[in-house]
Design a protein around this ligand. Structure first.
Ligand code: F6P
Length: 481
C-alpha cells in the first residue's frame, strides 16, 4: 500500500463533527454508524492518509476553510464546503430518496417515482456539482503526490470516479465502494437515462467497484452489460478499453471495540433499564429508514401475540430507532407510521402492567449496546439492506444466546443466514412464526446458533475487510502498471 502513494478516503459523512464549546474552543464528536468505524480502520492503517467529507455543521465550515487537512485523533480530515442549495438537492432529492429508493426497491412503482424537471434539476444543480466539488478536493489533496490511491465511498459519490479520472488521469488508483444493495438491471432502469447511464459510465472509470455481497456484485455487472453493453467476465467488466474489477468485500466490525463498549459505564447504566423490561427481550436497532421494514416488524409481532396469547406479558419488544433524513417527506411520514403501528399493538394487546412495545425514536447508542448484551431475539427484517452491522455487532457481545431473525435480503444473510432464522421481509405471517420459534427455541439450539454467529463474525473482522481490499489494490497495480 505504501508503494502506491498517499491514500485519500472520501465519504459524504465524515468521522467527526465540529462545534464550539461553551468557552469558545473547538470541540468535536465522533460520527456514529458502521461506515465511519470501518473507514477509520482504513485510514488508521496508512500513514499520511487524508479523509475528505462534507462539512455539515457551522464549525465544520470553519474547518473547511483551513488550507491544510485538520488533524484530530490521529486522523487528517479535509472538509468540503458545498453550496447549501446544491447539497440539499443532492442529499434530499437525488441521493435520498431517488438512488436509495431504487437500490432498496422501495418505490410503489404504479405511482412513484414521478420523474421530471425536479429530478433533472437535482441532478444538474445538485448531484453533479457536489460530486465535482468532492473531486476538486481530491485533486487538491493529491497535488504533488505520485500514484495516489483514492477510495470513494457510497452512492452519494457515484460521479466522483469520472471527475477524478478526468483530472488525474491513469496514474491514480480509484475505487468506489457501494455500501448499499445493487438492484437487478430492470429496477436500475427506473432511473432516468441520464442518471442510469451517467452513473454507470462514471463507475466504470474506477479501477475497482466494490460491494458487500456476491449478489450485488453480480447484479452490478449484469446492469453494466444490460445498460451500457459492457463486456462482463468473472469479476471483471471491460468497457471502452478499460478493465474494471468488480469485487465483494463483506464489511465487518471490530469485535474488541464492542467488547470494551459492553463494559463501559454508560452501557452498564442503561443495562439497569433494559434488564427491568418484563419477559423475554425482542430487540431491533435501526435508523428510521423505510428500508428497515419497521412497520411490518410490528405487524408481525402483533400477529404473533394474536396467535399465541400465552406469550402476552412474557416478552417485550424494544425498538431503538435513530431518527434519520427527516427532511425527506417519505422519512417523516414513515416515522409517523412507525409510531402509529407500535401504538396499535400496545392498545390491542397491552395490559395495565405490560406494554408489548417500547419504542424509542432517539439516538441512544449506550442503550442499544446494553440491549445487544441482553436480547433473546434480534429482529433484522429489512426490505433490503447493504449489510446490516447490527447483526454483527450484537452477535459478539450478546450474553443470552440470542437468536437472530434475519431477512434474506440483508447483505449479512450471505455470511450469517445459516445460523439465523431466515425470513422473507414481505411475509408478515412468516415473520410472526419466526419470532415465536425464536422465543421458544430450546436452549441447546440457541447456544449452538449463537456460538456459530459469534465465530463467523470473528472470522472476518474489519481488519480482514481492509486487508482484502489492500491486497487487491496491490494486485491491480501490479497487473496494470
Ligand atoms: O451505508 C449507507 C449510508 O447511507 C452511509 O453512506 C451513511 O453515512 C449512513 O448510511 C447514514 O446515512 P446518512 O449519512 O444519510 O445519515
Amino acid at each position: 500500500m505504501e508503494e502506491g502513494g498517499r491514500i485519500i478516503v472520501v465519504s459524504n459523512r465524515g468521522p467527526v463533527t465540529f462545534s464550539r464549546g461553551e468557552s469558545g474552543e473547538r470541540e468535536h464528536s465522533r460520527g456514529a454508524g458502521g461506515l465511519v468505524t470501518a473507514l477509520n480502520a482504513v485510514v488508521r492503517r496508512a500513514e499520511n492518509a487524508v479523509w475528505i467529507a462534507s462539512a455539515q455543521s457551522e464549525e465544520d465550515l470553519a474547518v473547511a476553510k483551513e488550507p491544510a487537512p485538520y488533524e484530530v485523533e490521529d486522523l487528517r480530515i479535509r472538509l468540503v464546503e458545498h453550496d447549501p442549495k446544491s447539497y440539499d438537492l443532492m442529499y434530499n432529492v437525488l441521493a435520498n430518496p431517488l438512488l436509495w429508493f431504487v437500490q432498496h426497491g422501495l418505490y410503489d412503482l404504479p405511482y412513484s417515482p414521478a420523474l421530471g424537471e425536479e429530478t433533472r434539476r437535482a441532478w444538474e444543480e445538485g448531484y453533479v456539482p457536489v460530486n465535482r466539488n468532492f473531486a476538486e478536493a481530491v485533486v487538491e489533496t493529491a497535488a504533488g503526490e505520485e500514484s495516489p490511491t483514492v477510495l470513494l465511498h457510497d452512492y452519494q459519490l457515484y460521479m466522483a470516479p469520472l471527475f477524478v479520472r478526468e483530472r488525474l488521469g491513469g496514474d491514480v488508483f480509484i475505487s468506489l465502494f457501494v455500501h448499499i444493495p445493487w438492484p437487478e438491471p430492470d429496477l436500475w432502469r427506473v432511473l432516468p437515462g441520464y442518471v442510469r447511464e451517467g452513473v454507470l459510465e462514471s463507475l466504470l472509470a474506477a479501477d475497482v467497484v466494490a460491494f458487500h455481497t456476491r449478489r450485488y456484485a453480480r447484479a452490478f455487472a449484469e446492469t453494466a452489460a444490460a445498460v451500457l453493453g459492457a463486456e462482463v467476465g468473472d469479476g471483471v467488466v471491460r468497457y471502452r478499453g478499460r478493465e474494471v474489477w468488480v469485487r465483494e468485500y463483506p464489511i465487518s466490525i471490530d469485535p474488541e471495540e464492542f467488547e470494551e463498549l459492553a463494559g463501559s459505564e454508560a452501557v452498564l447504566e442503561q443495562e439497569k433499564y433494559v434488564k427491568g423490561l418484563p419477559g423475554k427481550l425482542l430487540l431491533r436497532v435501526d435508523r428510521t429508514d423505510l428500508s428497515k421494514n419497521v412497520v411490518r416488524g410490528f405487524a408481525a409481532y402483533g400477529r404473533m401475540l394474536e396467535r399465541h396469547p400465552e406469550m402476552k406479558g412474557e416478552v417485550t419488544f424494544l425498538a431503538q430507532l435513530q431518527p434519520s433524513r427527516t427532511d425527506v417527506p417519505e422519512y417523516a411520514e414513515y416515522m409517523e407510521a412507525v409510531g402509529r403501528t407500535a401504538e396499535e399493538v400496545n392498545e390491542r394487546h397491552g395490559t395495565d402492567s405490560w406494554r408489548p412495545v417500547e419504542l424509542f425514536m432517539e439516538d441512544n447508542f449506550p442503550r442499544s449496546v446494553a440491549a445487544y448484551k441482553n436480547f433473546d431475539v434480534l429482529l433484522v427484517n429489512a426490505v433490503r439492506d447493504g449489510m446490516n452491522l447490527v447483526a454483527k455487532e450484537s452477535a459478539v457481545i450478546n450474553e443470552k444466546n440470542g437468536v437472530l431473525v434475519l431477512s434474506e435480503n440483508a447483505g449479512a444473510h450471505e455470511e450469517l443466514g445459516e445460523h439465523a432464522l431466515t425470513v422473507n421481509p414481505f411475509d408478515v405471517d412468516e415473520q410472526a412464526d419466526a419470532i415465536h420459534a425464536a422465543l421458544t427455541m430450546p436452549e441447546a439450539e440457541r447456544e449452538r446458533r449463537a456460538k456459530a454467529l459469534r465465530d463467523t463474525v470473528k472470522s472476518n473482522t474489519i481488519e480482514d475487510w481492509v486487508e482484502a481490499q489492500i491486497e487487491d489494490i496491490e494486485s491491480y497495480r501490479e497487473r496494470h502498471g
